[in-house]
Design a protein around this ligand. Structure first.
Ligand SMILES: Nc1ncnc2c1ncn2[C@@H]1O[C@H](COP(=O)(O)OP(=O)(O)O)[C@@H](O)[C@H]1O
Ligand SMILES: [Mg+2]
Length: 226
């Protein structure tokens, strides 16, 4: 039997993360830079893990915490695929996870540990947030930025099944295949569960996503107002 974690317990666990790694709250300047350079969704950038305690189920919080802890101690993570209907906070969770990841990777010791395992981890290119539409937009408009996102140490792609055309599918496949090959942590969100991806994507892309991802189902009512 699980009892719901209290906010203070979650905070205590966050302190465990922060005792091995400095998770400084971002200064206003850092936060503005994060939004600008990495395309973070502005409206979710203030949210931290404890803000989700009363919003999503405990197993989701624990999964997120475990994933972040692995990042701190240098354990390779599966990709996260946050699945669920509209309004259950997938985009907000992905933003929060990427922001923690950024804070963790700002720690020099942790970054050095990952750089030893994976020389691709570059100080200037730690995280990137893409809406699924950004995947093709960056590919077409700015090759350097596209490559920066594809190679970012941690990349989040939001609503992966949204633009369902062949070109998107091809570019997404290219990005994810690169990330699989180079063991780069990736956070995906989707309204479609892993078993249903075949309705949108060709089999090799479904296999690529499902073979690398830990599906985290978010249930409950939409949190969108109005
Ligand atoms: N931690 C939170 N606490 C309260 N409301 C939240 C939280 N995170 C997101 N929301 C609200 O929930 C709604 C849906 O969030 P969103 O992440 O866009 O969902 P999804 O991506 O699953 O459609 C938004 O209106 C947002 O403001
Ligand atoms: Mg969303």
């Amino acid at each position: 039997m699980h009892t719901k974690l209290s906010l203070s317990e979650i905070r205590a666990d966050l302190n465990i993360i922060s005792s091995t790694c400095t998770i400084n709250p971002l200064s206003n300047d850092d936060q503005s830079k994060l939004i600008k350079d990495n395309s973070f969704p502005v409206k979710f950038v203030d949210l931290w893990l404890p803000d989700f305690v009363d919003v999503v189920k405990e197993n989701v919080i624990l999964k997120m915490q475990a994933w972040l802890n692995n990042l701190v101690v240098g354990v390779d993570n599966d990709w996260i695929m946050l699945c669920g209907p509209i309004g259950v906070c997938k985009t907000a969770l992905a933003t929060m996870m990427l922001k923690y990841s950024y804070c963790i990777m700002r720690n020099k010791k942790i970054r050095a540990m990952w750089q030893q395992q994976n020389p691709l981890v570059q100080d200037w290119n730690l995280v990137r947030f893409w809406s699924s539409y950004d995947v093709v937009k960056e590919h077409i408009n700015n090759k350097d930025r596209f490559e920066g996102g594809k190679r970012a140490f941690i990349l989040a792609i939001d609503d992966i099944t949204k633009p369902s055309n062949d070109f998107y599918t091809e570019v997404l496949d290219q990005v994810l295949r690169y990330r699989e090959l180079n063991c780069l942590p990736t956070i995906l969100t989707s309204q479609v569960k892993s078993v249903g991806l075949g309705d949108t994507f060709p089999l090799p892309l479904c296999d690529l996503i499902n073979g690398n991802s830990d599906e985290v189902r978010i249930t409950g009512d939409s949190k969108r107002g109005g």
